[in-house]
Design a binder for this molecule. Structure first.
Ligand code: HEM
Length: 292
């Protein structure tokens, strides 16, 4: 799978700073079922059956862009190199044409039980701001889709210290200039004290502490896709989370060095935001002493 073979790719060399780090990507590769498709889909369906309104949401008036989303993703899945025979994956029924929020949210939840990645759609307003108007996010990294629904992207990014100051303008310009028929990928990284994919804020999870070890800490990487929906000024944003335990992932002094640089240079407010501060010294000590 060409998605991102190197788990450490998201850790750039040198001191930490927020980066655009966009690269040309491919929609078919992004949405194609991975080796863990059956398990991931079972988990998604369980979450969406129990508490659909925690993970799926849509504003009224989004049927057109949801239809464009399903046509685009269905086309990508049909072109995928993976052998897909199940038409329930490759050809989703369109959303109800004049649907209310309830019917559109149900459609998002239903679709989210067939496609492996999470996704959201952003609509460009007359004020040129991009607002989150629909989607399904079963595996968020500490945020809730319904809480962000209807909000513009800079407000969505507000909790991330310094992000709007450093990248708010480049992100907006990138979205404004994104030509149709192009797909871009980027990624974010974090650390967690468990390998769970679903880090919704309403679910209690173990936190990183001063007793963190490489064997009890996971790199949580978020691969993301950005594209403009055909025929719209709106944006489709895909998210795929993967986790790998640090001791199993680091296999050379160079790799340990990448993580060491990233941890050491994280500004305190960003380390707090990522939940890494309590564990930072313990992990740096272990990385220094590790023989890889
Ligand atoms: C080129 C475009 C984008 C860039 C460079 C970018 C960058 C980032 C970065 C660096 C973070 C912090 C992650 C971390 O360090 O843990 C973040 C968080 C986030 N981003 Fe973006 N992002 C982009 C587009 C989007 C889009 C289109 C959405 C769609 C809604 C989005 C939603 C979020 C959310 C929900 C968070 C977490 C905020 C929270 O904790 O409440 N981003 N983004």
């Amino acid at each position: 799978m060409a998605r991102n073979p190197d788990p450490l790719r998201s850790l750039a060399r040198g001191d930490f700073r927020f980066r655009m780090a966009l690269r040309p990507g491919d929609g078919s590769d992004f949405f194609a079922p991975g080796v863990e498709y059956a398990d991931v889909i079972a988990e998604r369906r369980g979450l969406l059956a129990q508490t659909p309104d925690r993970y799926a949401a849509a504003l009224p008036g989004t049927a057109g862009l949801l239809k464009a989303t399903t046509e685009l993703v269905s086309r990508w899945l049909s072109q995928s190199r993976c052998p897909l025979t199940d038409p329930r994956i490759t050809h989703r029924p369109p959303p109800p044409p004049d649907g209310e929020a309830r019917a559109l949210t149900d459609w998002c939840a239903e679709t989210g039980g067939h496609w492996e990645p999470d996704w959201v759609a952003l609509r460009r307003g007359e004020d040129a701001a991009y607002r989150l108007v629909a989607g399904v996010v079963c595996f968020p990294s500490g945020w809730s889709l319904p809480e962000k629904l209807g909000r513009p992207l800079d407000e969505i990014h507000d909790p991330v210290p310094g992000l709007n100051r450093s990248l708010g303008r480049p992100i907006h310009l990138f979205l404004e200039r994104l030509p149709p028929d192009t797909v871009w990928w980027r990624d974010n990284w974090g650390l967690s004290a468990d390998p769970a994919l679903n880090h919704h804020p309403s679910i209690p999870r173990p936190r990183l502490t001063a007793t963190a070890r490489l064997t009890t800490t996971w790199l949580r990487r978020e691969d993301q896709l950005l594209t403009r929906l055909p025929g719209f000024s709106d944006i489709l944003f895909g998210i795929r989370v993967s986790v790998q335990r640090l001791d199993a992932m680091l296999s050379s002094p160079e790799e340990a060095g990448l993580l060491t640089d990233a941890l050491r240079s994280l500004p305190n407010d960003v380390a707090d935001y990522k939940g890494i501060s309590p564990a930072r010294d313990a992990l740096l000590r272990e990385l220094r002493d590790a023989t890889l």
